[in-house]
Design a protein around this ligand. Structure first.
Ligand code: SF4
Length: 124
């Protein structure tokens, strides 16, 4: 099965000592240096909603690393946007009878998960 990345947001804010050697920050600086779209502001958080359609356009079964370059669960990312990212991972590819897209993602640590669960609980 193919593998690919999809980055519906880029950038983050350091929140703990574990962020000291952040891979995403290092990569964002490099990508900004070579003019890659989305990294004009370096590591500053930015939503990229146009990228939500990228996996839907792919015709081959693919395992995606979702948001490897950002903190999707950053406090400034609206809950509705996080829900759209999960919907992107959930939807099967059109025209195929089996789920053909798998997503994995990184979390910003347990504090982030607790905050997200709190937002889920209040979202009705
Ligand atoms: S939470 Fe993750 S992506 Fe954000 S600064 Fe820390 S290590 Fe980097």
């Amino acid at each position: 099965m193919d593998r690919a990345d999809v980055e519906p947001s880029v950038g983050c804010t350091k929140i703990s000592p574990g962020c000291k050697n952040c891979y995403a920050e290092t990569m964002a600086k490099r990508l900004r240096g070579i003019g890659v779209r989305g990294y004009e502001n370096g590591f500053r958080l930015q939503l990229m909603p146009e990228r939500l359609a990228e996996p839907l356009e792919r015709r081959k079964p693919t395992v995606y690393f979702v948001n490897s370059m950002s903190g999707l669960f950053h406090e400034k990312v609206p809950f509705e946007y996080i829900a759209q990212v999960f919907e992107m991972m959930r939807r099967p590819m059109s025209g195929l009878a089996y789920p053909s897209r798998t997503g994995s993602m990184a979390f910003r640590g347990s504090m982030c998960c607790e905050a997200l669960m709190g937002r889920f609980a209040s979202y009705r």
